[in-house]
Ligand binder design. Structure first.
Ligand SMILES: [Zn+2]
Length: 350
């Protein structure tokens, strides 16, 4: 429905009951599924890869010419950097343009040997919005973490909505906090609002997650022109595209060339994120207890976050060649977060 007809309908509804005659013309026909894949081969670990995906089947400017365009710009820039010898990825950087969910699902399912070494997947979907016009703010949709079970405090679902998840569906990983950290920094530099939402699904990150490949979604919501014929180029902001593209590329290059030092710095930031998360949950649990919620639930939440971070610390090992070098740091982070969780639990039990 167009924006204008929506507005007309809203006005009529204010006056009372409205009947609508809807005429739908559809066409079903066999067609080719078109997918383009561009690989920029890594020179040290070419089998390991990061995949940026952008779906091409949506007809709007924001959804999803922005994702398609920014991915193209990221690919061309990378090619230029390599030619000028300014950058060389150690792992393979892959760009995939195709049918939403269909092409990415095939990419992770059709070749089990290739799939085994996909380390990260990032979906670029509605990434260039002019927020003042559309209302949509930049969001990183996190891999399933306990905020998708207990959504409280600063965590909020979007109007797209998400269903309450189970503990068994959690995907503990460093990718969430690593990306949030990178984008928040750019947000500060560029005076640009960066936010997150608990896992909801519905884009190209889903097929990756189903195959247990760490994956997040970069997007904007709620865009008042989303899926209307007013999703045009005048709703797109060059500045936003630049912010998303640059930061995605910097984050991507960091992952592609990650080594022991990168793993240590990611682990260090992950530990900081864990501490601030646990303190925030303590605050939220106190509020909940005052409202009469059960202590049992609060302990469940604190333990869930503790476990989530314990397991996330371990995942940083996938960036290093000699695992022994990182084990001590991981153990230290685990111990620290475990002891903070125990202290919080004691505070709540009083
Ligand atoms: Zn889309």
């Amino acid at each position: 429905m167009s924006f204008e007809s929506k507005e007309r309908l809203k006005k009529s509804l204010e006056k009372g009951k409205v009947s609508l005659n809807v005429k739908v013309e559809t066409n079903i026909y066999p067609s080719e599924e078109l997918t383009i894949i561009a690989d920029i081969k890594g020179n040290e670990k070419p089998k390991e890869r990061l995949v940026f995906s952008a779906h091409i089947q949506e007809p709007g400017a924001n959804d999803n010419a922005t994702g398609v365009g920014v991915a193209l710009e990221m690919a061309s820039l990378t090619a230029k950097f390599i030619q000028q010898k300014e950058f060389q990825p150690k792992r393979t950087l892959t760009f995939l343009w195709g049918d939403e969910i269909v092409s990415t699902r095939r990419y992770v399912k059709e070749d089990s040997i290739r799939a085994k070494d996909i380390k990260w997947g990032i979906s670029l979907d509605m990434v260039g919005e002019d927020t003042e016009k559309t209302g949509g703010i930049f969001l990183i949709e996190k891999m399933p973490d306990p905020s998708a079970i207990w959504t409280r405090g600063n965590d909020k679902h979007t109007e797209w909505g998400g269903s309450k998840m189970k503990l068994s569906q959690m995907k503990p990983h460093y990718l969430n906090d690593f990306l949030i950290n990178k984008f928040k920094k750019q947000g500060k530099r560029a005076n640009w609002k960066v936010s997150t939402n608990p896992f909801e699904g519905g884009s190209d990150h889903v097929p990756f997650l189903r195959e247990n490949i760490p994956s997040v979604l970069f997007w904007h919501f709620t865009d008042q022109f989303y899926h209307t014929d007013n999703d045009r180029i005048d709703k797109v902001s060059k500045t936003t595209l630049k912010n998303v593209g640059t930061t995605a590329l910097i984050a991507g290059y960091t992952l592609l060339n990650a080594d022991e030092n990168t793993a240590k710095s990611i682990l260090f930031n992950l530990e900081k994120a864990a501490v601030s998360r646990l303190n925030e949950e303590l605050k939220q649990s106190k509020i909940a207890l005052n409202k009469g919620d059960s202590l049992k639930t609060q302990l469940l939440i604190i333990n869930a976050w503790n476990n989530w971070y314990q397991e996330s610390f371990t995942t940083t090992i996938d960036m290093v060649s000699y695992k022994n070098n990182l084990n001590k740091e991981i153990e230290n982070s685990k111990k620290l977060i475990d002891s903070i969780s125990k202290t919080i639990i004691k505070k709540l039990e009083i």
